[in-house]
Write a protein that binds this ligand. Structure first.
Ligand SMILES: Nc1ncnc2c1ncn2[C@@H]1O[C@H](COP(=O)(O)OP(=O)(O)OP(=O)(O)O)[C@@H](O)[C@H]1O
Length: 641
């Protein structure tokens, strides 16, 4: 699903620019004006198709929010759509024909269905989400086929009585009246969805989608956010299903199968992955391509749709939303990229690429070794005698990958307020130690006691809330958001204030506080820039600002000088030297000159074991270290490793 994710990122970045915001608003207003004028301009057949496009568009919006918004591409939103549709049909059959009631009950039914399936969907990612949601959708379709007494089986439910929008308003028997009802309902649902996405809560989804690792590392309960989103899009799909009933008064398993899922996904890709208006337009294109153009060319609907998909994927990397935000030149550049021979493309040099940092962080999947963790270790851990001077006490820490012990029985104590470096040759286990302290890599055996508390088995978000912050080997920023939004997201959980998600004023006040951390790393002047467009050095500083935003007690830094210019390294050294005294630092670094400048204690690892501990000067003089690691030359001049 890279296509959807990348398209969403490109479209979102384009839409967040001032030009994109203006273009998006103009397009939305133009589309609404045209839809209101349509009954006076087009024939009845087109009006019926427009009603269908609105219903399918709402379903596409639910997929866009889930895929482009939350990063969970789905082939299963037809399930809550079906649940909403059949619920409305059954209500009408039983004499309840009020449209508003249908809408609300179908929304509740769709939401409930997704709430029940959330536990198996929101913990998966990438292709697995597609597979699981596809299975959920197919299960519901099969149930609709088999449960004949309720759903009418493969014949479906037909002869559903017309609905009445509101008590006393009269039945919807006229196609134009039905269109007005469908249009109004769709606009209300889209407006509500846009309100939520544009509130600070929408930023939580941006963070969860683009950099889940960073979000967890700053204490955000990402699974909870995704669950709420998944339930919300279930409600939207439920409403779309109810609208289908009001339009055609018939529903069968044919409406809720894989065909519908793929058409909706296509609509989202055409629309730009993340754009609500784009998803609606994509759905309209599909409905008209399928039903209108296939009239003159009967039987060629699927072929035309296939062509549409190819054109969308290859010529519109940001979908329609990207083109609208970028203007005609962006459309031309996209087309030129296809026409121009490979290897000569310059058109995309100004397009931000998807951040790879999330993928680079392995999921904390337990290997088979972990099952062997002896329960008596837990007992041993509970007995750790607290040392008031020690902020971090690591005992017998081991991480095995099959036969390889990346970290092997490590004992390490980090004093409060220390500036502690971890050194060692490549593959010594330094990053693994940091990841285990942060909770991103599970421990095979041993214990980690932080601030008097055994955190060995705590999740990263819990450790973050206790005061462990981490700057990553690859800077982990949320690329489509501004620099200030990145730091504000990182400060969010620490603020422990209610209402930030819903009240822009609270978010702004938090952003004001977060700006201090930008000042600490010298990025104040760049607060409004898009994080994905920063240089590597500036991203690195932003990453550190994000780690500091949670007011950590312990700051873990993984090779912060890697890939930086000399000037950036000097800047970095100044930032690290100016860290507040109450922040303890553990630094993994190959640049010994930097280590000497900013740390007071050095621990050297080799093959996952402790080789030596001392001051930087003692370490530089240590014969074993020099033999194993630093070599004979002066350490200051070495880029170690
Ligand atoms: N997910 C993994 N699966 C298997 N082996 C791994 C995995 N992650 C790390 N290793 C191995 O564990 C060892 C320690 O890796 P680690 O990245 O912690 O070393 P490091 O000291 O940080 O090295 P560098 O300085 O190159 O970053 C290496 O041999 C590495 O190949």
């Amino acid at each position: 699903m890279t296509t959807l994710a990348t398209a969403a990122l490109r479209a979102r970045t384009a839409l967040h620019s001032p030009r994109g915001i203006l273009a998006g608003r103009i397009l939305a207003v133009a589309a609404i004006v045209w839809l209101i004028a349509a009954p006076y301009m087009v024939d009845l057949f087109t009006i019926i198709l427009l009603s269908q496009a609105l219903s399918l568009g709402l379903l596409a919006v639910s997929v866009a929010v889930l895929g482009g918004g939350a990063g969970l591409p789905s082939l299963g939103q037809v399930a809550p759509y079906a649940v909403g549709g059949y619920t409305a049909a059954i209500l009408a059959d039983h004499g309840m024909r009020i449209g508003v009631v249908h809408t609300l009950v179908a929304a509740a039914a769709g939401a409930l269905f997704n709430a029940l399936t959330a536990p198996i969907v929101v913990r998966t990612r990438g292709v697995t989400v597609l597979m699981i949601t596809l299975a959920v959708g197919e299960l519901v379709r099969t149930a609709a086929e088999k449960w004949k007494s309720v759903t009418g089986g493969t014949d479906g439910k037909s002869g559903i009585p017309p609905i009445e929008p509101f008590w006393g308003m009269g039945d919807l028997v006229d196609d134009v009246d039905t269109y007005w009802y469908v249009l109004l309902t769709t606009l209300v649902v889209i407006a509500l969805t846009a309100l939520v996405l544009r509130s600070p809560a929408g930023l939580l989804l941006d963070g969860a989608r683009e950099n889940e690792t960073r979000m967890r590392a700053t204490g955000h309960p990402v699974t909870g956010y995704l669950t709420v989103t998944y339930i919300g899009v279930g409600a939207i799909a439920g409403v779309a299903g109810a609208l289908l009933i009001s339009i055609q008064r018939y529903i069968s398993p044919a409406h809720i199968g894989f065909d519908t899922s793929s058409l909706v996904l296509l609509a989202v890709v055409i629309g730009g992955g993340a754009s609500l208006v784009g998803a609606m337009i994509g759905a309209a294109l599909i409905v008209f391509t399928r039903d209108w153009l296939s009239g003159p060319w009967p039987g060629h609907g699927p072929l035309l749709l296939g062509l549409l998909f190819l054109i969308a994927v290859y010529t519109l990397p940001g979908g329609l939303a990207g083109v609208v935000a970028g203007g005609p030149r962006a459309a031309w550049r996209s087309l030129a990229k296809v026409i121009r021979p490979a290897g000569k493309s310059t058109a995309d040099t100004d397009e931000p690429e998807a951040d790879e940092t999330t993928a680079s962080e392995p999921a904390a999947a337990d290997g088979p070794d972990l099952a062997k963790r002896a329960s008596d270790e837990a007992g041993a851990r509970a007995e750790v005698a607290p040392d008031p001077d020690a902020l971090l006490t690591i005992t017998g820490l081991t991480r095995r990958y099959g036969a390889l012990a990346a970290v092997d029985g490590l004992d390490l104590t980090v004093r409060r307020g220390a500036r502690h470096a971890l050194l060692g040759p490549n593959g010594a286990g330094k990053s693994t130690v940091l990841a285990m302290i942060a909770g991103a890599n599970p421990v095979t055996s041993g214990s980690i006691v932080f601030d008097g508390r055994d955190v060995t088995d705590l999740a990263p978000a819990r450790r973050s809330r206790l005061g462990i912050a981490r700057a990553f080997q690859q800077p982990a920023v949320v690329p489509s958001l501004s620099v200030l939004d990145n730091v504000t997201l990182a400060a969010w959980r620490h603020a422990r204030r209610g209402g930030i998600a819903w009240r822009p004023s609270r978010y702004r006040s938090l952003a004001g506080e977060a700006a201090i951390h930008l000042e600490t790393v010298g990025l104040t002047a760049r607060a409004d820039e898009i994080a994905g467009e920063l240089s590597h050095g500036s991203r690195r500083l932003l990453d550190i600002a994000m780690a500091l935003a949670g007011h950590p007690k312990l700051l873990l830094l993984d090779e912060p000088a890697a890939g930086l210019t000399d000037t950036d390294i000097e800047l970095l050294a100044d930032v690290l030297k100016a860290l507040p005294a109450e922040v303890t630092m553990v630094l993994v670094e190959h640049n010994f000159a930097l280590v000497r400048e900013v740390t007071d204690t050095v621990t050297v690892l080799a093959s996952g074991q402790l080789l030596a501990t001392g001051t930087p000067d003692e370490i530089a003089e240590d014969r074993a270290v020099r033999d194993t690691y630093l070599g004979a030359s002066e350490p200051e001049h070495q880029e170690v490793g």
